[in-house]
Design a protein around this ligand. Structure first.
Ligand SMILES: Nc1ncnc2c1ncn2[C@@H]1O[C@H](COP(=O)(O)OP(=O)(O)OP(=O)(O)O)[C@@H](O)[C@H]1O
Ligand SMILES: [Mg+2]
Length: 396
């Protein structure tokens, strides 16, 4: 290809273009919208969070919460860039107790979709005079409508026509089924990360995931996987100078063919950190057949100052001050539990040849523990009007 050498003078991009480019870093695909809205709902102290999806999230994402709400005079500001109620000074990053802090999620979503924010602050319910929730609709970053609606305290954010004004991004979107699969996986993570919150996900008006919010992680996992998991999960906890950790280590019968069931939360945030995930997996070294990965959930609590979450706009990548110490601790924690697990032979040949394990303890597929999502997701793309069992119940 021949390069065009005519140079255009350096100029400032229009705000509209700059906004859409910036939005691309935070909102990569529909699941990013769900992530940001659910995190806002969690930061607002919600007990119940409902998510509705249509068209893989490109047609509609709606997140409804019962959190503390947003006052009417702050609605528009909430949708502007660099506006937040979560930090005021740079030092606050070192004592962060919220999932959000960048003040750009709603602005990014509003720049590339039609976003309607309806909110009623919790305080308004104590007022003698009846007050309604306030509403604002933005399209492509511009205010299109304001109004009032009846609702109890909390917030509902509805996002329609995602990427309608970013054709380049739309072109790269996979089918609704793929996007829905990502959303389901994300919601499963939140349900595990926050067992005290009631989550409800509907896809094309069919319940796909539901949790009771009892606060009991083993019960939540059983709800999500619809299996008597309790006897296959071994609790773990440890405390040291720089961390405390607790969680559950799944025994080998729960091994899956993907890594998505290895869930690590640091200070309540699901994190994607390869060295830490590898550390957890290496606790199983020699115990799982090739290509199989464990099901395990770890919650790590660190002093907020020992964690840097401000390294990527999606806030799932983190840097740890004492990473190598924590890597060792994670592997040891898994290992120590597995060595005591009744699913392991007590013979000195531990861990023993793979085939012996296979015969004694059939693999997940034969035991009916394989998490089969594809058939379910196919059924969503067909869109049936008949009420269905919750998707989480369908594990082959
Ligand atoms: N569901 C909600 N309930 C209550 N307040 C909300 C909700 N969603 C957004 N807000 C308010 O709007 C502000 C802006 O939200 P936004 O997600 O854009 O930024 P943030 O959460 O502060 O930071 P980040 O960009 O990292 O998510 C929040 O700081 C919060 O005050
Ligand atoms: Mg946010």
């Amino acid at each position: 290809m021949q390069k065009v050498l005519t140079r255009i003078p350096i100029h400032v991009l229009s705000q509209d273009i700059a906004e859409r480019i910036a939005a691309g870093e935070v909102i990569e695909r529909p699941v990013s919208v769900v992530k940001e809205l659910v995190e806002n709902a969690l930061d607002a102290g919600s007990h119940e969070i409902r998510v509705d999806i249509r068209g893989g999230g490109l047609r509609l994402v709606r997140v409804t919460d019962d959190g503390y709400g947003i006052p009417e005079d702050e609605l528009e500001r909430a949708c502007a860039r660099h506006t937040t109620s979560k930090i005021t000074a740079l030092e606050d990053l070192g004592r962060l107790h919220t999932l959000g802090f960048r003040g750009e999620a709603l602005a990014s979503i509003a720049a590339v979709s039609e976003l309607t924010l309806v909110s009623r602050p919790i305080e308004s319910e104590n007022l003698v005079e009846e007050s309604a929730a306030a509403l604002i609709t933005m399209r492509g970053g511009e205010v299109k409508q304001r109004g009032q609606r009846a609702r109890l305290h909390g917030t509902t954010v509805t996002v329609r026509d995602l990427f309608y004004n970013v054709p380049a991004r739309l072109k790269f979107m996979r089918g609704a089924r793929t996007e829905t699969g990502h959303i389901l996986q994300l919601m499963r993570r939140y349900a595990v990360g926050f067992p005290a919150i009631r989550f409800n996900l509907t896809i094309e008006e069919t319940v796909a995931l539901q949790t009771g919010g009892t606060g009991d992680l083993a019960a939540t996992l059983a709800e999500l996987y619809q299996l008597p998991l309790a006897e296959m999960l071994h609790p773990v906890s440890a405390t040291a100078e720089h961390y405390t950790l607790h969680g559950y280590v799944g025994n080998r019968a729960l091994a899956q063919s993907s890594r998505q069931h290895i869930m690590l939360f640091i200070n309540g945030r699901w994190v994607h950190n390869r060295p830490l995930q590898d550390a957890l997996e290496s606790g199983y070294r020699g115990l799982l057949p090739k290509g199989k990965h464990p099901l395990l959930v770890f919650y790590l609590e660190l002093p907020p100052g020992d964690l840097d979450v401000n390294i990527h706009p999606a806030k799932t990548e983190v840097k740890l001050l004492h990473e190598s110490e924590i890597v060792t601790a994670l592997t040891q924690a898994v290992r120590s539990v597995l060595e005591r697990s009744p699913a392991l032979p007590s013979s000195p040949s531990f861990p023993g040849p793979e085939l012996v394990y296979q015969r004694r303890l059939p693999g997940p597929r034969r035991r009916g523990l394989h998490v089969a999502e594809s058939a379910l997701l196919r059924s969503f793309s067909r869109r049936s009007s008949s009420p269905r069992r919750p998707m989480a119940a369908c594990i082959s």
